[in-house]
Write a protein that binds this ligand. Structure first.
Ligand code: NAD
Length: 406
């Protein structure tokens, strides 16, 4: 999504929520945009850290390494993080970072050097109480460990809470690896209750961290996964796929399409497969005005960011499809990042059995609040989520102004 589209959407929500221009003004622009050029072996890579809003707590958001990173994209994603942390009501604001680079073209040594240079450029504006980065597209727990190390060297401190998504043996949290999928499953279970579904057939696009873990967790809960896909294509079996075998196939051959006991289908056929639950877990803008009329599902769980376009969203609402929006559906990741930060600050190590119920509470309560808001006003879940989040941010802004904190 472009930043300009966000401003249009914000105006729609402002009118619906009866917010004044003045109230919404702090949300129309980021508080700070930091830029740098990272030099590596004679090449220069543009790098950004956008700090959008911190009225509810320190800025929070990932750092992506991708050839298409731009200031506009990082700003839009930083806005989204401000909304996401407010939807699940964790005490963070929103930020995002990025480097315009193709990390696949770097050697492991260059990747480490670039990660350290990112921190050398921005260490003065981040910190455990200021701005806490995390992994995003093409950045890994190992990269987070290098970044933490560089921050600690430069500041002469011990500061595990400066960054989340670290490897568990280096201050990372348990459950973080499956948190996005698990959070999504918790809200999906509520949606299934709401719609009283007995049959639970599932189609999943994307078989990476989000999609594969969702498949695994749902198979354990006896959902029938009838189709999955990755970038090479999809597989379908109306009787259900053996997910353990599909994972094995993906690990051994790099793609799900080599799984034997299924028919091969394309990614567009996959999206149009009749099912009860459709889980886009790969790319943005895959359900559009072009294919929305052919989408035959009762629930869409947006584990990917922005898979449904604004126009398609309106059609789905008219059709009665329940769309659980990304800002709720995939917020399990940032929620467990918050747990990681708390554990680091308190010098504690929580078990998976302690973390899962805490995550479940946050996800289920957020779902129920949004459901209530949606039913009271006949809003779709996305609009209801934005209204709740924006109200929280406006209240926090006012609180800070009243206490002369701005
Ligand atoms: P990933 O890289 O682990 O997996 C992506 C998957 O999508 C891969 O299986 C890949 O083959 C597949 N894919 C790529 N192009 C495709 C195409 N054209 N058609 C079908 N499949 C395709 O990424 P991930 O971490 O699982 O993230 C997936 C989505 O979830 C992204 O939109 C990401 O922003 C969002 N998300 C992830 C997290 C997280 O914690 N992992 C948190 C929030 C949001």
């Amino acid at each position: 999504m472009k930043f300009r589209d966000i401003l249009d959407f914000l105006e729609e929500v402002r009118v619906l929520g009866n917010f004044s221009e003045e109230e919404i003004a702090p949300l129309k622009q980021p508080q700070q945009i930091h830029q740098a050029e990272l030099e590596l072996d004679g090449q220069k890579y543009p790098a950004f850290r956008v700090q959008y809003n911190n009225s509810r707590g320190p800025f929070k958001g990932g750092i992506r390494f991708h050839p298409e990173v731009s200031q506009d994209e990082v700003t839009a994603l930083a806005f989204w993080m401000s909304i996401k942390t407010a939807v699940v009501n964790i005490p963070f604001g929103g930020g995002k970072g990025g480097v315009k680079v193709n990390p696949k073209e770097l050697t492991p040594q260059q990747l480490e050097e670039l990660s350290r240079k990112y921190i050398q450029a921005f260490y003065k504006v981040i910190g455990p109480q200021v701005d806490i980065p995390a992994p995003d597209v093409y950045t890994t727990p190992q990269i987070m460990a290098w970044m933490r190390d560089e921050y600690e060297k430069l500041t002469q401190t011990t500061a595990p809470a400066v960054i989340t998504g670290k490897p568990p043996e280096q201050g990372g949290s348990l459950v973080r690896d499956i948190a996005t999928a698990l959070g999504g499953v918790y809200v999906l279970e509520e949606a299934v209750k709401k719609l009283n579904l007995n049959e639970k057939t599932v189609v999943i696009q994307g078989f990476g961290n989000a999609g594969m873990n969702a498949a695994k967790l749902l198979a354990e809960l006896n959902y029938k996964i009838i189709a999955v896909s990755d970038s090479q294509g999809g597989i379908y079996n109306s009787e259900g796929l053996d997910i353990a075998e599909v994972i094995k196939t993906k690990e051994e051959t790099k793609s799900v399409i080599n799984y034997q006991n299924a028919e091969q289908i394309s990614n567009s056929q996959l999206l149009e497969t009749e099912c009860d639950v459709l889980i886009p877990s790969a790319l943005a803008n895959v359900i559009t005005e072009e294919n929305v009329d052919n989408i035959k599902t009762k629930i869409i769980l947006e584990l990917a960011n922005g898979p449904v376009t604004t126009t398609a969203d309106k059609v789905l609402f008219q059709k009665g499809t329940l769309v659980i929006p990304d800002i709720l559906a995939n917020a399990g990741g940032v929620t467990v990042s918050y747990f990681e930060w708390v554990q680091n600050l308190k010098d504690e190590k929580w078990t998976a059995e302690e973390i899962k119920p805490k995550l479940k509470d946050i996800m289920v309560n957020s779902f129920l609040e949004i459901q209530q808001q949606s039913e009271n006003n006949n809003y779709d879940f996305r609009t209801a989520s934005y209204l709740i989040a924006i109200k929280r941010i406006i209240e926090a802004e006012k609180e800070r102004e009243n206490n002369n904190l701005r």
